[in-house]
Design a protein around this ligand. Sequence first.
Ligand code: CTP
Length: 408
Amino acid sequence: MSATLDGRELILGVTGSIAAYKAVYLLRELTRAGARVSVCLSEHAREFVGPLTFRTLSGRPVLTDLFDPQSDAAVEHVALAERAAAVVIAPATANLLAKAAAGIADDFLTTLLLAARCPVVMAPAMDGGMWQHPAVVDNVATLRGRGVTVLEPDTGALASGLSARGRLPEADVIVDAVLAALTPQRDLAGERVVVTAGPTREPIDPVRYISNRSSGRMGYALASAAARRGAHVTLVSGPTALTPPPAATFVPVQTAEEMREAVLQHTGAAGIVIKAAAVADYRVRRPAEQKIKGKRDLTLDLTPNPDILAEVAARSTGAFIVGFAAETNDVVANARAKLEAKGIDLLVANDVSRRDIGFDAEDNEVLLIDRWGGSRALPRMGKPAVAEAILDAILALRAAHPARKAVR
Ligand code: CTP
């Protein structure tokens, strides 16, 4: 990244994780990149690393206690927050994420976060089980929805002895994220983007339905990344447990037919359509009006759902259309055949036979296959990072094929 942190005022917040010692290296990297850093330690961080180390490396007093009458810092949090170009919290514990999401201000760092109007980057570190806890997942989604950059923790050995996602990201990744937060990408400014996400539910009777394991995470990550990059986003979503990004227009649907209607209604003016939803292929031809009783054999009469993606592609007069393919075998060949059959521009293929990526997983490892014969494998990453890479690919392909509209 070409930007620099030269002369930028940063606040480095450190909270009470075993990874707190790594904040010392991060501080060194931030100052090496030219930043002037004020360090703020939470009470528990101080039990892992003493303030003297941070004071020596930053050349500034370390901020600790909001309520210490001896401390000049007691009244300084607002002035400091106003001066800062960015706040970086590394490591950010599950507790810090929860307090930040709820707006709790009970120490210097959390009070400063409420006063800050600058970009905020959080680098979480915690036990893998904690990172996946629904409360943490919700808090991260809330923070991201507000524009906070919450990095994905790394996967590897944790203090508990287990190997899982929960390690503090490397210092250079955090420095890059700070640079990115200070020079936000607005390369989708003014663009209309429609994203579909989640599963659909096809009723069998008033209480039962056919559906699939899609969590919606990939589509929600795409919607929030596109909104952050300046797009007007419409998110058409089947039922998920996720909080929609506040910047997007949210259109909740249940069935494939409802999704089709919503998508066709919103794609008219769209420049980019991304169909990340896992649409149920079949629906029950005539769902029972009353709850089906009894323990006898039951045969469901299924009929195929409309192929929304193919229909959008057939009707489109110029939108860049992206589909997803869930494959279990011969991923490349099947994906290319699907791209051609549906007449779309880019297909994001993932291998759903693996439980650690793709469907209902935190990470994804996808193959990007485009209609001009190109294919590119992305490394395994968290879904927010995959979302950014997909948007980058869309913009690059569009720029490389300006005559695309005429070809369709
Ligand atoms: N899709 C759609 N409407 C459908 C089925 C799928 O719009 N009725 C879209 C999905 O949102 C996804 C893409 O088509 O972007 C591929 O979905 P997938 O389930 O992999 O493919 P299918 O078309 O269902 O083909 P198959 O089940 O034969 O693999």
